[in-house]
Design a binder for this molecule. Structure first.
Ligand code: HEC
Ligand code: HEC
Length: 489
């Protein structure tokens, strides 16, 4: 499917009602596979002006690499709805997401510059390196379960405060501590409490864990995706702008609700990052005994130098079912940004498309020498119907010190605060850090500051061979996709 030439083929919009019909007639698996296929094409497609790619930037331009808050005409860059953060700067998602392969990370050549506050001042632009799109259903489901846990703890505290007048609680989800909340009753019948949120750590006041974006400012794949489509490609989804031509390129309805559903399910259901040790077990690569020994030594050092406290190597998912729309409050749209209700656009809980993160991923179904199929793209199941996820993050924001700080904080999150970056696949996704400044993993670690200073110090004072073992452990975490059979045969 690769290599579609610009403008030569058409890509039909996916209607949400069409997805719903597949679900009703052929079942959940068929609906998921249908959406996955459509999402695959949408991420690879080179969109054309006819489909509304790009925007009326001003000066006759359709694209711009640099935010242009200086273009203030009534239909130009700074007047688009919703407010532009950057771009548009590409005609396809995989123009950026392509390291080491489609749906991966990106080189610094395609770093994105954003100016959400429209300062027009290059010193205050934020610079972002491209993140990989693999198995995004895993972080979203982990975040959903953590959020639900935290809200249960808050609700129990409020109930107790209503009974006794005051209460506090330590917030903990999947063994990660998010600080404390305190409640005091201010009215009886009906009970009203005041909640003191000053003790919260690494999470927003709404207690919604937001796993997406370097800054952790989006809870769902869906909301990040409609933003990416608008900012990077200049494709304005109906659910974002309704029937308005918010970017003044003469085209409306640039992406349907069904298109965004398909993109969401596609990225949620992509194969997960793997390890070289797993690949070696399946005969897909060779790892020498010496190398294996060093990876295991590195794993122990990863824990002893304190990396694992933030980059949590393993978490358990109780219910490994991804659902679009999600059923977890905070992870579905009550109303779309356009103002319409999802149910008015045929997107409902009753017609949610679900798949099993331990079984249904279409990619990396590996046939072994004995003819057995290994689901390398899926999560490993646990005995009680849960799954193990190796996402290497605590989903919490940390103060990383002044060196890594953004030049400005236009997203409402302090400049030096960053959520622990997942290390799933990190051996394949360089250059590293939020702006791609680290050309080696060693540099990425040595640039850690703030709350990670002790851990960085512990790493830096290791003997050279041990530092190399820790790096070998990180290089063991890779992105892999088995070549597909030639589809034309
Ligand atoms: C011009 C380069 C570029 C293009 C084109 C692009 N992206 Fe991205 N993508 C990025 C960058 C940079 C980030 C990190 C942004 C951030 O953290 O603010 C990112 C992040 C993401 C994320 C969040 C991943 C995570 O784990 O947090 C998703 C989802 C995503 N992109 C989807 C898409 C989709 C879908 C398209 C096509 C509609 C697309 N992107 C087009 C550069 C690009
Ligand atoms: C206090 C929490 C914390 C600790 C401890 C920590 N990290 Fe990080 N790590 C982060 C954050 C946050 C980022 C993203 C920073 C950025 O891009 O600005 C990150 C980024 C990284 C990256 C780059 C990932 C990428 O995709 O670009 C690597 C590699 C990494 N850490 C490895 C380590 C290792 C190895 C250790 C232990 C020596 C460690 N970290 C300790 C929080 C932590």
């Amino acid at each position: 499917m690769s290599g579609i030439a610009h403008g030569e083929e058409d890509l039909k919009p996916v209607e949400q009602s069409g997805l719903n019909a597949v679900l009703a007639e052929k079942g959940a698996k068929a609906a998921f596979n249908h959406a996955f296929e459509a999402g695959d094409e949408l991420t690879e497609f080179n969109f054309t002006a006819e489909r509304g790619v790009g925007a009326n930037v001003g000066e006759g331009r359709r694209f711009t690499r640099i935010p242009r808050a200086d273009l203030t005409g009534a239909t130009e860059w700074s007047a688009h709805l919703p407010t532009r953060e950057g771009g548009p700067n590409a005609t396809a998602c995989i123009a950026c997401h392509n390291v080491p392969m489609a749906n991966g990370a990106g080189d610094v050549a395609v770093n994105v510059l954003v100016d959400p506050a429209h300062t027009g001042d290059p010193k205050r632009f934020l610079e972002r390196n491209t993140l990989p799109l693999l198995a995004l259903g895993v972080p979203q489901r982990l975040a959903e379960e953590m959020t639900a846990e935290l809200k249960t703890q808050r609700d129990a505290m409020v109930a107790q405060a209503c009974r006794t007048g005051a209460a506090d609680t330590a917030l903990v989800a999947k063994a990660v501590a998010f600080g404390t909340l305190a409640a005091s009753r201010v009215a009886i019948e009906p009970c009203k409490v005041e909640i003191d949120k000053n003790g919260l750590e690494g999470i927003d006041e709404d207690l919604v864990v937001k796993p997406f974006g370097w800054k952790g400012n989006h809870a769902t794949i869906r909301s990040f995706t409609r933003g990416a489509a608008h900012n990077e490609l200049g494709l304005q989804a109906v659910e974002l702008v309704g029937d308005k031509d918010g970017d003044h390129d003469g085209i409306i309805n640039e992406l349907t609700v069904g298109d965004i559903t398909s993109l969401t399910l596609y990225m949620a259901g992509l194969e997960r990052p793997v390890t070289r040790l797993e690949l070696a077990d399946l005969g897909l690569t060779k790892v020498s005994e010496m190398e294996k020994f060093r990876i295991l030594e590195g794993e122990a050092l990863f824990a002893s130098t304190g990396c694992a406290a933030c980059h949590v190597p393993e978490m358990k998912l109780d219910t490994p079912i991804f659902s679009e729309p999600s059923a977890t409050p905070g992870f579905y749209d009550v109303t779309f940004p356009s103002g319409t209700k999802p149910s008015d656009e045929s997107l409902t809980q009753k017609t949610a498309i679900r798949f099993d993160l331990t079984a249904d991923q279409p990619n990396n179904r590996i046939e072994t020498a004995t003819g057995e199929i290994k689901l390398l793209g899926a999560l490993r199941e646990t005995k009680n119907g849960g799954a193990l996820a190796h996402w290497f993050t605590d989903f919490k924001r940390h103060n990383m010190g002044p060196v890594l700080a953004d030049p400005d904080a236009p997203l409402g999150i302090a400049a030096e605060m960053w959520p622990t970056r997942s290390l799933a696949g990190v051996g394949s996704t360089g250059p590293w850090l939020h702006d791609g400044r680290a050309t080696t993993l060693d540099e990425a670690i040595r640039t850690h500051g703030g709350e990670a200073s002790d851990s960085r110090g512990a790493y830096a004072s290791l003997p050279k061979e041990e530092r190399e073992a820790l790096i070998a452990y990180l290089e063991n975490l890779v992105i892999f996709k088995q070549e597909e059979e030639d589809e034309d045969l």
